[in-house]
Design a protein around this ligand. Structure first.
Ligand SMILES: Cc1ncc(COP(=O)(O)O)c(C=O)c1O
Length: 307
C-alpha cells in the first residue's frame, strides 16, 4: 500500500442518474497532495523504488507546460529530497504549472517543438544522460510496464471503497487514458465481472491502442473497451465540455479538469443519455487528478460554460 488509507470512493447524486435508476461513485485520487496526486503516485512508484535501491540520485522526464506528470515529479523530488530535471515542450513560458516546477526546485530545459518531437528517437536520451549521469530517465507520461503494474493498487483501493460503500460490485469502471499506462494496469487487476471503459483523452490512433497491446500482451479475461472521449484533440475545449464539467461540479461538489476527467464524464453522460446503461447499474468513475493543470484554463472554461 502506498498510502496509509485507501482513496475515498464517494457516491454522488446527479439528476441524470436518478432518472435512470443508476448509481455512480467517484474514486477520489484527486484529493491527495501534489506529489501523490491522481494516478501519478502509482505510476511514479517504480522509479521511487529504484532510487531507494540506490540506482540513481534523481529523475529526469519530459512534458508540456501544463504537465501533471512533471508537476507530481517535481513535488515528489522536493518532498523526498532527490534531484529532478524537466525537459519541456515548446519555448519558455510561465504557466502556473511551470511556476510550481521552479518553486519545487526542478531544473528546466526548453526543447522547442522540433526538439521535443525527437523524443522517440533512439538517441534522444544520450546527451541528457551524459549531462545528468546520476538521474534515471522516465519516458514521457511515465509510460512503462512497471508503472502499469503499480497501477493495480488503484483496483485494490477501489475494492476497499466498494466494501466501504456497501456495494457488492460495480458493472462499469470508467478511467481516462492519455498514454494508456494506468488503464493497462487497471485492466490487468480488474474483476472479470466489471466492464472497464477507457475514455481516450487523445484521438484514436495516437498511441494508446499500441500501448495497451504491448502492456496487456496475452492478458485476457477482463472485459474492456476504449471510447473516444477526446472531442477531436487532446487540448481542445468546447462549450458542451465546459458546461458538462460545470454541471457535474454544481451537483456533486467535485471539480473535474477538461483534458482527462471532464472529457471522461461527458462521454459517460452521453452513454447514459443514449440509454447504453442498464437500469440498476452501479458505475465508478476514476478521478485521476490533474486539477493543477486547470488553473491556466479557468478563464476559457468560464467563458465557454457561460456562452
Ligand atoms: C489527470 C490525468 N488523468 C489521466 C491520465 C492518463 O494516464 P495514462 O497516461 O496512464 O493513460 C493522465 C496522464 O498521465 C492525467 O494527467
Amino acid at each position: 500500500m502506498i498510502f496509509p488509507s485507501p482513496a475515498v470512493l464517494q457516491e454522488v447524486q446527479l439528476a441524470i442518474l436518478a432518472a435512470r435508476d443508476l448509481r455512480l461513485a467517484v474514486l477520489r485520487l484527486d484529493q491527495r497532495p501534489a506529489a501523490h496526486n491522481g494516478n501519478k503516485a502509482y505510476k511514479l512508484r517504480p522509479w521511487r523504488e529504484r532510487l531507494a535501491r540506490g540506482e540513481g540520485r534523481g529523475l529526469i522526464s519530459l512534458g508540456g507546460a501544463h504537465s501533471n506528470h512533471l508537476h507530481a515529479l517535481a513535488a515528489l523530488g522536493r518532498e523526498e529530497g532527490f534531484a529532478t530535471v524537466g525537459l519541456l515542450r515548446g519555448e519558455h513560458c510561465l504557466t502556473p504549472t511551470v511556476e510550481d516546477l521552479q518553486a519545487n526546485g526542478m531544473t528546466l530545459h526548453w526543447l522547442g517543438y522540433g526538439g521535443y518531437r525527437r523524443r522517440h528517437d533512439s538517441d534522444f536520451w544520450q546527451p541528457w544522460q551524459a549531462r545528468y549521469p546520476e538521474l534515471l530517465p522516465i519516458p514521457e507520461g511515465g509510460c512503462d510496464a512497471q508503472a502499469a503494474a503499480a497501477c493495480a493498487t488503484i483496483v485494490t483501493e477501489l475494492r476497499q471503497g466498494l466494501a466501504a460503500l456497501g456495494w457488492p460490485d460495480c458493472q462499469q469502471l470508467w478511467l481516462a487514458a492519455g498514454t494508456g499506462t494506468t488503464l493497462a494496469g487497471v485492466i490487468r487487476a480488474a474483476d472479470p465481472a466489471w466492464q472497464v471503459v477507457g475514455g481516450l483523452a487523445v484521438p484514436p490512433g495516437h498511441g494508446v491502442e499500441a500501448t495497451l497491446d504491448r502492456l496487456l500482451a496475452q492478458h485476457t479475461g477482463v472485459n474492456w473497451r476504449l471510447m473516444d472521449a477526446s472531442r477531436g484533440g487532446f487540448g481542445r475545449l468546447d462549450a458542451e465540455l465546459a458546461r458538462a464539467m460545470a454541471e457535474f461540479e454544481a451537483q456533486t461538489g467535485i471539480a473535474l479538469e477538461p483534458l482527462y476527467t471532464g472529457k471522461l464524464w461527458l462521454a459517460l453522460r452521453q452513454a447514459i443519455e443514449g440509454g447504453a446503461l442498464a437500469p440498476g447499474s452501479r458505475l465508478v468513475l476514476v478521478h485521476s487528478g490533474g486539477l493543477q493543470g486547470r488553473r491556466a484554463l479557468e478563464t476559457q472554461l468560464a467563458a465557454l460554460a457561460g456562452g
